[in-house]
Design a protein around this ligand. Structure first.
Ligand SMILES: Nc1ncnc2c1ncn2[C@@H]1O[C@H](COP(=O)(O)OP(=O)(O)OP(=O)(O)O)[C@@H](O)[C@H]1O
Length: 334
């Protein structure tokens, strides 16, 4: 059996807001095996970034409340870690590439200084050996296909293009050996050719360095190219999970089907109708299935009960009453 590097069990995450608790993430289960690439896909505001920031331990207790669940990374629960263990987790366990490289990089230090700082505190280099630090930073920039590493090392973030900045962020995430890389929509602000290059680069580097990858994306097309398994997230719930090829041959949750129907086709056919409605208000989320108000197949039970995760095929699970639970047993009463 494959070794699980990350195992999230029954996790809920609530933000503390002036209106009360915003119950963003709701009882999710998710795991990543060693060397595996998974995709976390869903529209904006579904809780993908919140989940992953919690894995990194960067959301403070004054901001979030965790009513239930565990996040097990390499055998330790991140949620009960001491601050020193969290620092070690981020130093040697997990790294994250954010949506916005401009806010991830420090504007007042050169790229060279920032990369060398990461190396200095990694514990893998002698902090006084400037030559070794410089060479390692240089090598990291070359590995992400930045053709003039000397100039980049001497540049400040604002002196680089968006694509170059994102490559620098990838270099900094991979510069020290870590088991898991979380890429949070790394290409949001880039044009399509650069997006393609960065996605290919990410895949090659992750495979070459044998890291595990969690790719957060809005795009099923990107997930199809990059990952082995996909979790579809809607309104803070995982609604479907399966191997990548199965998602495209037998998409089963109505939300997954809606997402697929939104993908524009080169053969034409006009704009799709999309998925009617919005993600829920998390302070007063729907009592039953959170997708119910937008679902074309919604039944009475969906308004009041949460659909259980049902295995509909090997390694393919769906949280919908159309595939199990009480409603099916009752014969799908509307
Ligand atoms: N600091 C915060 N305080 C309160 N609510 C927050 C905070 N950060 C995020 N949220 C809310 O949590 C919900 C989920 O946001 P999150 O960024 O996790 O979604 P996402 O799926 O990653 O979206 P996107 O793809 O646009 O990044 C949103 O409703 C958002 O407004």
């Amino acid at each position: 059996m494959a070794e699980k590097i990350l195992n999230i069990e029954d996790l809920s995450i609530w933000y503390r807001t002036y209106r009360g608790y915003s119950q963003v993430v709701d009882h999710i289960h998710l795991h990543v095996d060693k060397g595996e690439k998974i995709g976390l896909v869903g529209e904006s505001g579904c809780g993908k970034t919140t989940t992953m920031k919690t894995v990194m331990g960067v959301l403070g207790k004054d901001l979030i409340h965790i009513p239930n669940g565990t996040i097990d990374f390499r055998g330790k629960n991140v949620l009960t870690m001491k601050q020193s263990d969290l620092l070690e987790l981020r130093r040697s366990g997990v790294s994250m590439i954010s949506q916005s490289p401009m806010s991830a990089l420090n504007p007042v230090f050169t790229i060279g200084q920032q990369l060398m700082d990461i190396l200095k505190y990694s514990g893998k280099y002698n902090p006084r050996d400037k030559e070794a630090l410089k060479n390692a930073a240089h090598e990291a920039l070359t590995s992400v296909m930045l053709s003039d590493p000397d100039r980049i090392m001497a540049s400040y973030p604002h002196q680089l293009s968006g694509g170059m900045r994102q490559r620098v962020c990838i270099a900094s995430a991979l510069i020290t050996p870590k088991d898991l890389l979380i890429a949070d929509e790394p290409c949001t602000a880039l044009d399509v050719t650069i997006q393609d290059q960065i996605h290919h680069l990410l895949r090659e580097l992750v495979e070459e360095k044998k890291r595990s990858l969690i790719m957060i994306t809005h795009s099923l097309g990107v997930a199809r190219e990059l990952v082995d398994r996909i979790y579809i997230m809607y309104g803070g719930n995982i609604v479907e999970s399966c191997r990548t090829e199965d998602l495209f041959t037998s998409p089963s949750h109505p939300y997954t089907q809606g997402l697929l129907s939104c993908v524009p086709r080169l053969s034409g056919g006009g704009l799709s109708a999309g998925i009617y409605g919005y993600v829920p208000d998390y302070v007063n989320p729907p009592k039953g299935c959170r997708f119910c108000p937008r679902c074309p197949y919604a039944k009475k039970i969906c308004e009041t009960e949460k659909p259980p995760m049902t295995e509909i095929a090997p390694d393919h699970t769906v949280a919908c009453f159309r595939f199990g639970g009480e409603e099916q047993e009752k014969g799908g009463e509307a």
